[in-house]
Design a protein around this ligand. Structure first.
Ligand SMILES: [Zn+2]
Length: 101
């Protein structure tokens, strides 16, 4: 009995992956005017982990949480969003990660 199964693990030297991030160029910083927190402004708006349509707004295409700077949420509500998304993920309403197949 000879098992001729050998798997070669080709170890790639992963140092490439150049991400095209452009830091420079656009000098557009909105000073003074901060985006108001959506939830603080509207009391009727509730953060619910079952509300996919709402949570979807706060995650990226890849399924990651949108940072507060971009979403404009206050700390309190951003946290609630984060918790809601985590719950939604647990019951498979939301993706943990969207991998580009
Ligand atoms: Zn808020």
């Amino acid at each position: 009995m000879s098992m001729e199964r050998e798997e070669r693990i080709a170890r790639t030297t992963g140092a490439g992956a150049a991400a095209g991030a452009d830091d420079r160029g656009d000098k557009k910083r909105s000073m003074g005017r901060r985006k108001p927190c959506k939830f603080c402004g509207d009391e009727n708006l509730k953060i619910d982990y079952k509300d996919q349509a709402l949570l979807k707004y706060f995650i990226t295409d890849r399924g990651k949480l949108v940072p507060r700077r971009i979403s404009g949420n206050c700390a309190k509500h951003q946290r609630e969003i984060a918790v809601a998304v985590q719950r939604a993920r647990m019951i498979a309403l939301m993706p943990f990660a969207v991998t580009g197949e």
